[in-house]
Design a protein around this ligand. Sequence first.
Ligand code: ZN
Length: 287
Amino acid sequence: MVYKEIPRFDGKAAFAFLERQTRFGPRNPNSTGHENCLQYLNEYLRQQAADVELQPFTRTGYGETLSLTNIIAHFQPEKSARVLLLAHWDTRPRAEHDPDKSKRDQPILGANDGASGVAVLLELATLFREFPPSVGVDILLVDGEDYGKEGDRDLYLLGSRYFATHLPPNYSPRFGVLLDMVGDTFLELPKEQNSVQFAPDIVDLVWGTAKTLDIRQFTNDEGEEVMDDHLPLNEVGIKTIDIIDFNYPDQTNRYWHTLEDTPEHCSASSLEAVGVVLANVLYTQQP
Ligand code: ZN
């Protein structure tokens, strides 16, 4: 059921959070943009949440030691019924799909691949402070999702793996929702297949809510199977889905992992579509 008094999720405000992150430049591990953005996200969330935890860790990367940090914001930490929302805040250190071969070793801006999911979560954080939902929420911004070279699975999903193996004591949220690449102006969200396999009821809840609200970016199609931050969580028993539009902007023209992943190719209305659905899901949870 969908309540009338769901707080309004503002896509323009979310888009401002997307732009704010891209103004730090690329936010790949060990870069200045990464360091500055961490400080910004930590400060912003501290103003919204009851408690913010930083979870620092290191990993050996390609000829460098990576300093990585997950950010975890707890809303209403006293509540035992909880929902986990997550997105990766790091961006890719190399644009290996750029059409210009000479630019493929440059870091990307990650307006969609990185900033978009975080932007929706920052705007939700703003709502949660003003209008506390009946369940507790944890917002997890993971680091080091997009560091590994293609095919090198060991160096992907670093933050979500670290979180999944260093969970807060007795942590058992009802479910998790991962947002990744949700800013595309031509947003289309089919059902990602690992989510359908591991958390079919949560896929039904989210896509069903979108259908009730007539939010058509969520489609009934079967999506691809994406290796993403939801997998380590499902492995430790936290049912987690991935809301992702992998075809950015479409199947033939790709900005994914190129220098074209910029705010001009993202839109406030796409962020709003995702934010409104999530707000409805969250604010209709029974305590
Ligand atoms: Zn990526």
